[in-house]
Design a binder for this molecule. Sequence first.
Ligand SMILES: Cc1cc2nc3c(=O)[nH]c(=O)nc-3n(C[C@H](O)[C@H](O)[C@H](O)COP(=O)(O)OP(=O)(O)OC[C@H]3O[C@@H](n4cnc5c(N)ncnc54)[C@H](O)[C@@H]3O)c2cc1C
Length: 430
Amino acid sequence: MSTPTQNPLPGPDGSVARAHVAIIGAGVIGLACALELARRGKRILVVDRGEAGCGASFGNAGWLTPSLAFPLAQPGYAFKALKWMMDPESPFYIRPSLDPALLRWVSIFAFSSRRSKFTVNAPALVGLCRWSTDAWEAIAAAPGPDFGFARRGLLVVLETPHGLETARKAAAYVETLGIPHELWDSDRVRSEEPIVTGNQIGGILYTRDAHCVPNLAVARLRHEAEKLGVRVLENREVTGATITHGRISALRTPQGAIEADQFVLAAGYWSADLGRELGLRLPMRAAKGYSLQFARGAVHPTRSISLGERKVTVTPHAERLRLAGTLEIVGNDSSINERRVNAIERGARGLLTLPNERAEAKPWAGLRPCLADGMPAIGPSPKHRNLWLAVGHQMTGLKCAPGTARLLAELMAGEKPTFDPRPFAPERCC
Ligand SMILES: Cc1cc2nc3c(=O)[nH]c(=O)nc-3n(C[C@H](O)[C@H](O)[C@H](O)COP(=O)(O)OP(=O)(O)OC[C@H]3O[C@@H](n4cnc5c(N)ncnc54)[C@H](O)[C@@H]3O)c2cc1C
């Protein structure tokens, strides 16, 4: 028996109209795309199997930092990945397995870690992020619900000469991409950020970086999008699609079919599962990470802090201090590994004076959607005539969301894109 079709968008005359675009996934990427397309006069429907923003976009570190917007695959990482496989407490952990999907992912990852790839992909991602940070600032400056946006910079604190040297090289590199920095000695680090009480030998301040509260940023995007008529359907799982001659006519959900002219896949890590239903073979793994929060203590940082060698991120919100870290390559596994969570807290306490107790007993776990070459896929599906992809943002989904949406909307409209679309082209990985 066929399920009823839903055409759920009210038109200006009160009649119901079919969506121009149906977006699968109401994370930061899906909602940013919805807002950008609605600004261009499109009728948009966003469908999520849970509540909007319940995926990786909920509890991430909240960093809007072009200084650290690199693809996951970086020179030297192929060799390091082998080492990390042996250490379950390492900040980047690949659980050893003979799963063919993992082996395919690791081999593309290793191949993409070449310098020649990095020198094309990194500037593309940094540029997308730089533009997006300004776009987030513009959203924050306009009237609407606050999402804790603050552009006070990011301080990377280093403990070893090797760490400092590596960080200086990275800073010199991103400076060539328009990201300014200052070098601070250890006294300056201590005096500007008295929460740093452990032994360190200096820091690098990226002056134009920003941060926000991630779940509130998603809520703000939804607020802005709904003001323009975007409809968000929650608790509707998309299970497949009706496809004729390479064209999607409707999405299947248990509650009924959803029709639209065009479709955007923005389902984060789970885009791979859905992609398979649609005939795409996305080499996607999740990079699981955790965040935990403390109530604001007597000494609260002014800006975000990266504990360079310890790979722990520190984000100061108005009433909370958030720690985040670890990157564990997994499948669909959001379980919490206390050993790894404790390693984040222990690492932070090695350099910072933190409040004694966490604010919440349960840490948060999120799945960063990672395509094997570490770059997002933004653009047309090579296998469908009316499907678009905005997936695989790994560690950069929040910080690249507005730029992703701009690029996608421009490509959908056939306009000259603001960013070179080639490094993001989905055809490289489908
Ligand atoms: C610990 C940690 C720290 C991080 N820190 C940062 C940071 O500081 N800055 C930054 O930029 N990024 C950060 N990230 C990465 C960032 O969180 C992700 O890149 C981003 O959230 C991805 O957004 P998304 O919209 O693609 O995916 P998600 O937020 O996961 O959204 C996907 C949505 O699709 C829905 N969905 C899935 N399947 C279906 C289906 N079949 N039908 C309907 N809906 C479906 C899900 O319910 C979900 O709501 C961090 C991630 C982690 C884990």
